[in-house]
Design a protein around this ligand. Sequence first.
Ligand code: C2O
Ligand code: CU
Ligand code: CU
Length: 548
Amino acid sequence: MLQRRQLFQFAGVATVAAAGGAAWMYYGLPRSGALAGGPFRHYPFDPVAAENFQQKLFIPVGSGPFGVLDVAGPLKIRTTAASFPLLPGRESPFLLYQTEQAGKAYQNPILRIESGARFTASLDNALEEPTIIHWHGLHTPAAMDGHPASTIGPGGRYAYDFKVSNRGGTYWYHTHAHELTAEQAYHGLASFFLVDDDDQRRLSKSLDLQLGVTDLPLVIQDKQFDAQGKLLYKPDAHEAMMGWLGDIVLANLTPNAVQAVTPRTYRLRLLNGSNARIYRLAFVKGKTTLDFTVIGTDGGLIERPETVSEAFLAPGERLDVLFDAGQAQPGEDIFLRSLAFDAMENEGPAGGMGGMGGMGMGRMMASMSSSRLPLGAEFNVLKLSVTAGERVVAKLPATLSQVKPIPTTGAAQRKIELSMGQMRFLINGRTFRMDEIAFDVKRGAVEIWNISNPTLGMPHPMHIHGFSFQVLERIGSPPQVAATARFGQGRTVSDLGWKDTVLVWPGETVRVAIDFAHDYPGDQIYVFHCHNLEHEDGGMMINFRVQA
Ligand code: C2O
Ligand code: CU
Ligand code: CU
């Protein structure tokens, strides 16, 4: 097992990864003629090249890496530096949450627990740097939330004990180490936190879904690797500002993943666990885009199944979808793909640097990224290869769950303005300061936050701790978003139900309703931040206090 010291060594290794052409020779992979003779940007594991998709998708099983752990008592979780074979035959330094239950060892377990149950865990930091766990999407007292101020040093311990009051849904947990979140999450410190309830069980039963077989948690991440096949993370000033993009796309840590499916309905619990990449997801067969059905978003099931042909998924967001693999014949392939879109970084931060001669800073920065896969490029995420099997046509329930609208009459309106300055992104003109509270809200109050992003910016996935919200309205959406806004008030399918993260595009104002009711004694301090993790670490985050 690698020591943390060794883990840091690779950051200094000179790499040819960015040079594209040279890097693939190190891997010695069998390559098709088309790929070998392909254009410059073709490289091993290039997710654009469909023929690359040959690695069996990693699917969580009973224990081990990403094993499903049905929480049945207090857990001891240890954060450790380890290694993990991300690319076939190549070990990469990796950070893992290790734990055990009933004699079984788990790494980065998919934690599963019943709504209303108590969750008790200790975190031991065996890294040589500070860390802390945040339970993304869960409603907990501030002290249990993994606020960056809770960060513990090497050798430190943090005790968690809270009631899982959230409804059933696909939540997740990840590091929130102050100013180290991006690097640590990128190196592995993240996994799912599934909450079960009656609605979830009813759905699983009526569609005959089985976790790990026909109900697949799928975390999508993009990474860069060096010539030795080790994770590469070294954003320069520009990349720290725009966000670190990978050029190898992992589904459940599998590059170029393929999964065999039979002609029936699958549930995919999609999580964008990337640092900065936004995906425009669609299922594609040949040149045809196939329908899929959204059944849930960040905070569990939406009211009714909604059939769509594409959806944006920003860092931190979840989308729970049903996909009928019977839309293709046995022998055919379907790709879960990220379609091309306008990254809208074209007029990035001016930062006092005028006179770019028509080339926006952002576009210039994007072109300077070390990733071979620019934001907005089209590429594949996962191949579903349809095999023979019984055709099962699922009857979708007309109603999935109840989502009571937050009553907003008389709610206070709050302006949340995203902006830029001093080569960084700001919230209400501020950069994060640990000891500064941006504003107070009253416990039990309902507020409407009008989150606006200037036209000269880039998209920001904005995330709240401690509470969920409902998206009321999208105003001023760019055409690529407006085109899919079929759900009233400019909302897209990703805006339905209970949310904790919402993507705000340049030029948009997204209005969300938040109910600040909670059961905890005293004042509670949470953060609101951009889930582009480089932005978060760069200070695109504020504290807000819920006053008792
Ligand atoms: Cu998933 Cu504060 O974030
Ligand atoms: Cu969170
Ligand atoms: Cu951002």
